[in-house]
Design a protein around this ligand. Structure first.
Ligand code: MG
Length: 253
């Protein structure tokens, strides 16, 4: 290995370094030598698209409520826990933050508070990214096949399937790969903890690209780099950048 191909995706703007989906985290990410910024989207009652992990404000802010039942102003009024007093931002704010950055988008559309896809939301997200001139720099991700199907209808941008550990255990790898193929998916993303060389070889051997999500510790980040995965998400982008640089310097020494 003379170079490192593995891409780093700053997960929610680096949750463990800057708080969950905060503007300071996204601004810092925009200036980092990482390849992607990962974020999650939910609609408000009055038609805005907000960047937040959960469908509610309950866990990550000082406020309670289902985002889809609130106005944009009400969501913006919440203060993010451990977020230096900052507030949730919209997709348009995020686009402004990354317009002149080299870091590309890894956009996840989440389920609603009942675990179901939002009706008609995906085309709105695609249209907004297009209007903001960020669509050509976006990869779409979801745990939900319905959402990935909707992205295929609305856009030709790449899509990746986030595979949960329970789903993988339930389906088994062969069925899982068959389902992915049936939905026209080319890339799968597995939990970093359970990813290993044999899983990677089987997925690559079946013609899919192999990535991981959830590499939030130094050992897991080192594992991702050693496995030469395509891309991994991490809540600690600064740490991931440092570890990747160390590895590269070791190779070049
Ligand atoms: Mg996500």
């Amino acid at each position: 290995m003379t170079q490192i191909r593995t891409r780093i995706a700053s997960h929610r703007g680096g949750t463990l370094e800057y708080g969950d989906s905060t503007l300071p985290g996204f601004e810092a990410t925009a200036g980092m030598p990482v390849e992607e910024v990962e974020f999650d989207l939910h609609p408000t009652r009055d038609g805005a698209v907000m960047v937040n992990h959960d469908a509610t404000l309950d866990r990550t802010t000082d406020t309670h409520g289902v985002i889809a039942g609130l106005t944009e102003a009400e969501v913006r009024a919440a203060t993010i826990n451990y977020g230096a007093g900052t507030h949730p931002i919209s997709l348009q704010d995020l686009c402004a933050c990354f317009r002149y950055s080299r870091v590309d988008f890894r956009c996840e559309v989440k389920a609603d508070a009942n675990g179901l896809p939002y009706k008609g939301f995906v085309p709105r997200v695609v249209h907004m990214l297009y209007e903001e001139e960020m669509l050509s720099r976006t990869v779409f991700s979801s745990f939900m096949l319905e959402v990935l199907d909707e992205f295929a209808t609305a856009s030709e941008r790449p899509r990746l399937w986030l595979v949960s550990v329970p789903l993988m255990r339930q389906l088994g790898l062969a069925t899982l790969l068959g389902v992915a193929r049936a939905h026209g998916l080319r890339e799968l993303s597995f939990n970093a903890e359970i990813a290993d060389a044999s899983l990677q070889a089987a997925v690559l051997g079946a013609g899919f690209e192999f990535g991981c999500w959830g590499a939030h510790t130094a050992p897991l980040i080192r594992k991702m780099l050693a496995m030469d995965v395509k891309v991994f998400t991490t809540d600690r982008p600064t740490l991931a950048v440092a570890l990747r640089r160390q590895l590269l310097e070791g190779i070049q020494a």
